[in-house]
Design a protein around this ligand. Structure first.
Ligand code: AMP
Length: 195
């Protein structure tokens, strides 16, 4: 119908560290529609210390995916919100065929406009360099890079570095980076053919 024709539903597909989050934020501002990042939602759940947050912590820190049911339920609740009816930028979801099928079912059930897929392609060696240098501020969720985008006081809204020093995210340790790239190759890359 006319309403769903104006909906922008965009899925950013790519490996961790490819820059999906950065592009999602830019698109979100430009189009005036929310960014839906399952990674951010899971990190928020951990910060709250919720039961869900505690359940997924070890998997996330080791670089493995959390169970499909967990993220599918988070996305289902988020897509139902009134401020998500003009569209959504999906960042980090879906990451498995099962998640993509669940998303298709949600879109069909609620009459959403078809997903537009943007593939963000970056070589693994560059991804390793980016992820290893990534710094993160737990308070404002700002992401930085030691050389490419160094943290400075005030360069992320609401965050002053003196009281909130950006840290290495646990999943940016070398072993975790390799696990994440492996999860991407084995579980997420097949979505290229799916879409
Ligand atoms: P991200 O910030 O998108 O790289 O996500 C950080 C971590 O959260 C991932 O390494 C996974 O452990 C978990 N995660 C985020 N999104 C998903 C998803 N769609 N499916 C499974 N696990 C996810």
């Amino acid at each position: 119908d006319g309403e769903s024709a104006m909906q922008h539903n965009i899925y950013l597909f790519g490996a961790p560290g490819a820059g999906k989050g950065t592009q999602a934020q830019l698109l979100s501002e430009k189009l005036g529609i929310p960014q839906l990042s399952t990674g951010d939602m899971l990190r928020a759940a951990r910060k709250e210390g919720s039961e869900l947050g505690n359940r997924v912590a070890a998997l996330m820190d080791s670089g493995q995916l959390v169970p499909d049911e967990v993220v599918i339920e988070l996305v289902k609740q988020r897509l139902a919100r009134p401020d998500h009816q003009a569209g959504v930028i999906l960042d980090g979801f879906p990451r498995t065929i099962k998640q993509a099928e669940a998303l298709d079912a949600m879109f069909a059930a609620t009459g959403r406009a078809p997903l537009r897929v943007i593939s963000v392609e970056v070589a693994f060696d560059e991804i390793r360099r980016r992820l290893a240098g990534r710094r993160w501020c737990a308070r404002c969720n700002g992401t930085f890079h030691v050389t490419d985008n160094p943290p400075r006081p005030g360069n992320s809204p609401g965050c002053d570095v003196s009281s909130c020093p950006p840290a290495v995210r646990p999943d940016a340790r070398p072993e975790a980076i390799e696990k994440r790239l492996q999860a991407y190759s084995q579980q997420t890359a097949p979505l290229m053919d799916y879409y």
